[in-house]
Write a protein that binds this ligand. Structure first.
Ligand code: PHE
Length: 332
């Protein structure tokens, strides 16, 4: 075997053994590059025979390199396609967004229901004066809610509001009737924490002041709101009650959504569920804000948002709405 045959064989082996296109390129440079033995020898050629010989070697090596290059490139493309495959049908990485607290959801549902009736939505202060929380609402001096055992007092004149009813006084002092407003927010009472009570809770308070309003208007309004909150099949009934700032005063009930009114555990087998307090605005309250009770009439109502939320979602324990346990809250 001549030197050149040996050289060619060695080059062919290197080409066949090159594992990647990059490695093959190095093989090409060392066997056919400008400083390769073949290239250098070709420069020195003096006779036809040697020229043909060397050109033959160069041609075969070049052909082998090109063929090997094609194989390796194809292999590499295949590997990349396999390794970098993107399965567009796979589920993406979850980005948890969270959602509104159930109380906030219900608060918005209440706002929507009243905005649909043309009511304005109000947000009043939680630290209230005794004048607005009690006096102007015609609470008698002896009323038990005035006791520091029922109500959080800062001093003799300031309390954490015990209800949203002070909003009635604020808006009637601020603007002339007709008034159609709903006030939503937190209220505070000195209750021990149990399954049904929590010292902080939310109420929504409605007030309508206009000429010639009657209990029928109150009933129609509550019916609209209860159906907006609980569904179109609900009925509303009134039971007589007492509140210092309404006369007559009533407690509205909504028909039980679990049994449809026939009686079950949720409604204590009465078919009805208590919804809060309501009534026609007491003439003394109108006088306290400088409105003539002969000219103006009005109705008011107040309901707890926690209660509404519990009924909407069948949540037996009020504490679940305050503990912030995501295992609970994620369900709503
Ligand atoms: N403020 C009363 C309560 O918290 C509810 C109520 C509101 C009653 C408006 C009558 C009118 O119990």
């Amino acid at each position: 075997m001549t030197d050149w045959q040996q050289h060619e064989q060695q080059a062919m082996a290197a080409i066949a053994a090159a594992p990647t296109t990059d490695a093959l390129e190095e093989v090409r440079v060392s066997y056919l590059g400008r400083k390769s033995e073949v290239a250098l020898a070709l420069r020195e050629v003096r006779d036809r025979e040697t020229g043909q010989l060397l050109n033959g070697v160069r041609g075969r090596l070049d052909g082998a390199l090109t063929a090997r290059e094609r194989v390796l490139a194809e292999e590499e493309l295949d590997r990349r396609l396999r390794e970098e495959i993107v399965d567009v049908t796979l589920p993406g990485t979850e980005q948890p967004l969270g959602h509104l607290h159930p109380i906030t959801q219900v608060r918005r549902a209440v706002e929507d229901a009243f905005l649909g009736l043309g009511y304005e939505v109000r947000d009043d202060r939680e630290v209230e004066t005794v004048a607005y929380n009690f006096d102007k609402l015609a609470f008698l001096p002896t009323h038990s809610a005035r006791s520091p055992r029922d109500t959080f007092f800062f001093d003799d004149d300031h309390v954490l509001r015990t209800e949203t009813s002070p909003s009635q006084i604020h808006i009637m002092e601020e603007k002339e009737p007709p008034i159609y407003m709903v006030s939503i927010g937190r209220v505070y009472r000195r209750d021990a924490i149990t399954a049904t009570r929590y010292p902080i809770f939310h109420q929504f308070e409605g007030l309508a002041v206009d000429r010639g309003l009657t209990l029928a208007d109150l009933q129609g309004t509550l019916l609209h709101v209860m159906r907006a909150l609980y569904g179109p099949d609900r009925r509303v009934r009134f039971r007589t009650h007492y509140f210092p700032f309404t006369e007559p005063s009533i407690e509205p009930d909504v028909s039980c959504g679990i049994c449809g009114g026939s009686g079950c555990r949720t409604c204590k087998f009465s078919g009805w569920i208590e919804m809060g307090g309501a009534g026609m605005v007491d003439p003394r309250v109108f006088e306290n804000v400088g409105l003539d009770p002969e000219e103006w009439s009005g109705f008011a109502f107040g309901c707890g948002l926690e209660r509404t939320t519990q009924l909407r979602h069948d949540i037996p324990d009020i504490r679940a709405l305050w503990e912030g346990d995501l295992r609970v809250l994620r369900q709503f």
